[in-house]
Write a protein of this length. Structure first.
Ligand code: NDP
Ligand code: MG
Length: 392
């Protein structure tokens, strides 16, 4: 029996994780769940999964959650704050941690799980983008098991030879990340200027949280994934190709030196990579519908357009600049996406805010977690000021 903490349980990945866990009560039990704003949902999840602990951000949320649980005679103990999140991630009673908080807020609890040598299922790509060097060093030092849940990276992980993961990359020529192209794949820049949050969040294939949905629409998601892949697979941005594949069936590919290309396919449903991560190195059922290629009939591929999707180019530039440039890219993007979701700026201004923030920063190699947090905070101040100027 494996005991699991699900960070970000109330989100899209969190819900899918609990769905897979519930299908295998003989294999997995829930130790702790975390949520932020959706307290009613978190209370229901705690009762359904008999969680020992629930963690929220603030004291007032903890009080509300305790009241919701007391009404229903739940036994879950409610904690709050970042240190509590870290505690349920590193507890000796936990075997596995699903890191599915969105954004930079996921960094510290994910690192706590890594430092405690847990098996970590990584959905929270922002933590790796913002702190890649320190993050991967922590994985090495602690001997934690890091399994990528992002569908593309999970696909690549499945297609790589064992020798690659043990340090010998000679058999592999390049990694190919597939991208759906998002809801604005065929839109002109002029059309995108008027795009609403609702349109940006209406992803054609995947049902996801609002931040990653907007990132998919701007293709910043693929830019973040490029940096994520660079760290996870210890390679360079030049060895990673991005290929737009609107059907989201081929989740990513690995090209070998002998000309072979291996791909992982499946319906676009995150329960597949989540089940893979939970059961690794074995396999378990996920209740995902069988892939019917005969019905899909056609799979198509095209090169991405970096002019209509400038966020992609910005991510390439940040990856090439190195140091804390990806930290700045990530922070500015988080601030800009939130401003777009709150109708403060237009969709195409997300790229503008990120670009201008990057150009106002001088990059350096972050030597510590504090240096990364400083770079993140400085970038947020700059992008907030830029957004204020755009509003008037
Ligand atoms: P959601 O927005 O659906 O869920 C986010 C989760 O994080 C929720 O539980 C939310 O709580 C919690 N949360 C939000 N802000 C904070 C905060 N400041 N402190 C603590 N907890 C917080 O996102 P997704 O599930 O879609 O994505 C989660 C992560 O997984 C992201 O990093 C995303 O990039 C990555 N990912 C997602 C995929 C997907 O298909 N959804 C695919 C690949 C990667 P609440 O809702 O209660 O406020
Ligand atoms: Mg992805």
């Amino acid at each position: 029996m494996q005991s699991v903490t699900v960070l970000g349980a109330t989100g899209s990945i969190g819900e899918s994780t609990l769905d897979v866990i519930a299908q295998h009560p003989d294999k997995y039990s829930v130790f702790a769940l975390s949520g932020h704003r959706q307290l009613e949902k978190l209370a229901v999840q705690c009762l359904q999964h008999n969680a020992q602990y629930a963690v929220v951000n603030h004291k007032s949320s903890a009080q509300q959650l305790r009241a919701l649980l007391a009404d229903r005679k739940g036994n879950t103990e409610v904690l709050y704050g970042v240190e509590a999140l870290c505690e349920v991630a590193r507890s000796a009673q936990v075997d596995m941690v699903m890191a599915a908080i969105v954004g930079a807020a996921g960094l510290l609890p994910t690192l706590a799980a890594i430092d405690a040598s847990k098996k970590v299922l990584l959905a929270n790509k922002e933590s790796l983008v913002m702190a890649g060097g320190i993050f991967m060093q922590a994985v090495k030092d602690s001997n934690a098991t890091l399994l990528p849940i992002d569908s593309e990276h999970n696909a690549i992980f499945q297609c790589l030879p064992e020798s690659y993961l043990n340090g010998d990359q000679s058999a592999v020529k390049k990694l190919i990340l597939s991208a759906s192209g998002g809801p604005f794949r065929d839109w002109t820049l002029e059309q995108m200027k008027l795009a609403t949050p609702q349109q940006a969040c209406a992803h054609p294939n995947w049902n996801m949280g609002s931040k990653i949905s907007v990132d998919s629409a701007s293709m910043m998601n693929k830019g973040l994934e490029l940096i994520e892949a660079k760290w996870l697979f210890n390679t360079s941005a030049e060895q990673i190709e991005i290929l737009v594949h609107p059907q989201s069936v081929v989740h990513s590919l690995v090209q070998y030196v002998d000309g072979s290309v291996l791909a992982q396919l499946g319906n676009p449903d995150m329960r597949t990579p989540i089940a893979y991560g939970l059961a690794w190195p074995n396999r378990i059922a996920s209740n995902v519908a069988d892939l019917e290629l005969g019905e899909i009939a056609q799979l198509s591929f095209e090169k991405p357009d970096r002019e209509r999707f400038p966020c992609l180019q910005l991510a390439y530039n940040a990856a090439a600049a190195g140091g804390d440039a990806p930290t700045v890219l990530n922070a500015a993007n988080e601030v800009a996406v939130e401003a777009f979701l709150n109708h403060r700026i237009g969709f195409t201004q997300i790229a503008q805010v990120v670009e201008n923030t990057l150009s106002e920063c001088v990059f350096s190699e972050p030597e510590s977690l504090e240096a990364i947090q400083d770079a993140d905070a400085r970038a947020r101040v700059i992008s907030m000021a830029l957004i204020k100027r755009l509003e008037v």
